[in-house]
Design a protein. Structure first.
Length: 206
């Protein structure tokens, strides 16, 4: 499976820069100038427009996801991350994933099933894929992983309880390396959540 992407080199170039991978991404102008940025396009076409990491049947209550497609997307991302670092000369030890909604869902799945590929994850308005908790490695395997989890308390697409499930899953594994924040917002990116992302990333770039 090919995952199309657009690459933007860092505005403040350094040898082997850190890489931020955007899944369902946010405009790069708001991000740290030291970051190289790869903005990915999900592989499946969505109705009525755009792309998705996996199909969702909105006719059911609750909506039903095609989790076989989700697994195919996860595997494709695990293969893509080291390839991006090789192709663009970024530091593979400083690869960060920033995902919104489905992008957050896939970012979490990648980080927990292939933790050696990811330095940190920003999960905005996501949830835990069914079955993922059974694939979580021991805490020691996640010793190099940091996470920022953001969710809107008024989210009517992925309810805030789903964000709290991520918090409850990652808390025992990451301890103080997990930051969880709720905002008075719906299912969308806000100036406040972008500020959280900028601050969190900057702290990890030294």
């Amino acid at each position: 499976m090919n995952v199309a992407h657009v690459f933007r080199p860092p505005r403040a170039p350094t040898p082997r820069p850190p890489l931020l991978v955007l899944l369902h991404g946010i405009g790069a102008d708001e991000l740290d100038p030291r970051l190289a940025v790869a903005s990915l396009r999900a592989p499946y076409e969505a109705e009525p427009m755009g792309h998705a990491w996996y199909a969702v049947d909105w006719r059911t209550t609750p909506p039903t996801g095609d989790f076989e497609q989700a697994e195919e997307s996860r595997a494709a991302l695990v293969a893509l991350l080291p390839a991006l670092a090789r192709e663009h000369g970024t530091d593979p030890a400083r690869t960060f994933l920033l995902g919104f909604s489905q992008g957050a869902i896939l970012s979490l799945a990648v980080a927990l099933t292939a933790p050696g590929l990811v330095r940190g994850i920003v999960l905005h308005s996501g949830r835990v894929l069914p079955g993922l908790a059974a694939r979580v490695p021991p805490a020691a395997a996640l010793a190099g992983l940091d996470a920022l989890v953001l969710h809107g308390t008024q989210d009517d697409v992925i309810p805030v309880r789903r964000g709290r499930e991520i918090r409850d899953l990652l808390g025992p594994l990451l301890g103080a390396r997990l930051e969880y924040r709720e905002h008075d917002a719906g299912h969308g990116v806000t100036a406040a959540t972008l500020a959280d992302v900028r601050r969190w990333l900057a702290a990890r770039l030294g």
